[in-house]
Design a protein. Structure first.
Length: 405
């Protein structure tokens, strides 16, 4: 039997085979958060469209206030959305508010705190007037026709605000990757069922699907399929017909008498890339492809399934979706000693707590069985223990994977 494949090698081979999406769609701006632009985005107008006041105050000509104490006559006002339409003459000023167009002829804004209001509609300067101060020049942010956002950019809240300011109501974005999820096993029933003594409730699909959606995928749920070669092959055929980017199988990927998934996949044309990883939990992970559809076979145990989804499925989807990988790995100190490790890379479920010095430390749970979802749900991180790692005392710095971002 071939030796187990190291985790880093498995990750590299999986991601090297990933093909980023090329198809795009046009969506309303409000639906584009987290999506990736498929075309450069140019401004449809100039921003600001005119010289605009950056402060509340008075618009005037700097030459009319050569010194502190200069007196000017206020002849009108300008507010956001309401420009002053008259002519600014010698010794005159216009009351102006933030965002309003600067009147023709004015070259500075005297903020209201630096102006003394006099009787008869006049003001006196109480601060030195400088030409160009507190004016946002036309086109300071961007000009009409200027490419402001480039294709391939993952859109966040600042980008959507910018696109709206550029007068775009819709955006062209890459389509989402399509992920099919297939759970297998005679023992599985959907939540809400009444299992007999030999059955359990299927739970993996919900966590895997949630993680896939967060990574940017659309989900095709193929349901729970009994341990029947014909039914499993039919479900695989549905995924192929739907032209999904990735088929994720849950359980049944080993080679026992009741593990039919790998054989069914091969019968449907899967080229197996690798199988069995040097990791705990998650050794039975399987990777292959049917044509352009990648296949990721996850273990059946819930914890192993979700840990493998975090390590392999999430980065795979983000690569296909053209999104940047999430930075989940950080370093923390351990709260207790760690045992020496064997030939597999361990991912220990752990919680974070604050020690006596105020430092955040990772405390691994005593029980690490790959069926115990309760512990994983209450964990904050996975402590990474490389193969053949020696015993480590409390306070050792270790890499961890954050379960929440």
């Amino acid at each position: 039997m071939k030796p187990l494949l190291p985790v880093d090698d498995a990750t590299r081979r999986l991601l090297e085979a990933a093909v980023p999406v090329t198809g795009s769609e046009t969506l309303p701006l409000a639906e584009c958060d987290g999506r990736v632009l498929s075309a450069d985005l140019a401004a449809r107008l100039t921003q600001p469209p005119f010289d605009a006041s950056a402060m509340d105050g008075y618009a005037l000509r700097s030459t009319d206030a050569p010194e502190i104490g200069s007196v000017l006559t206020v002849i009108g006002q300008a507010a956001a959305g309401h420009a002053f339409t008259g002519n600014l003459g010698e010794g005159e000023a216009v009351r102006i508010f933030t965002g309003a167009p600067v009147p023709e002829g004015a070259d500075t804004i005297l903020i209201q705190e630096d102006a003394e209001v006099l009787e008869g509609g006049k003001i006196r300067t109480t601060f030195k007037v400088v030409a160009g101060r507190h004016i946002r020049p036309r086109g300071q942010d961007f000009a009409q026709g200027e490419t402001v956002l480039q294709a391939g950019r993952e859109l966040g809240f600042t980008d959507l605000t910018l696109a709206a300011a550029m007068n775009h109501a819709t955006l062209a974005v890459y389509r989402k990757p399509r992920i099919a999820i297939l759970a297998t096993g005679d023992e599985l029933l959907p939540p809400g069922s009444t299992p007999n003594p030999a059955q359990i409730i299927a739970s993996n699909t919900f966590g895997v699907a949630a993680l896939a959606r967060q990574a940017g995928a659309d989900i095709l749920d193929l349901g729970i399929i009994a341990d029947d070669d014909t039914l499993i092959r039919a479900a695989i055929g549905k995924a192929v017909a739907a032209k999904v980017d990735v088929l994720v199988t849950l359980g049944g990927a080993s080679v026992g008498d009741h593990d039919l998934v790998q054989a069914a996949l091969k019968a449907e044309g899967m080229q197996l890339d690798f199988w069995r990883i040097a990791m705990r939990p998650g050794k039975p992970l399987m990777v292959g492809a049917i044509g352009t559809m990648q296949v990721l076979g996850l273990p059946g145990n819930p914890v192993a399934s979700l840990v493998c989804s975090l390590l392999f499925l999430e980065p795979l989807i983000r690569r296909i979706a053209r999104r940047a990988p999430l930075e989940r790995k950080v370093t923390v100190r351990t709260a207790a000693p760690l045992k020496a490790n064997d030939h597999r890379q361990d991912y220990l479920r752990a919680r974070l707590r604050t020690d006596e010095s105020g430092e955040r430390v990772a405390e691994s749970y005593a029980k690490q069985d790959s069926s115990m979802m309760n512990i994983l749900a209450h964990s904050d991180v996975l402590i990474i223990r490389p193969p053949h790692a020696p015993e480590a005392p409390a306070g050792t710095e270790c890499p961890v994977i954050k379960l929440r971002t």
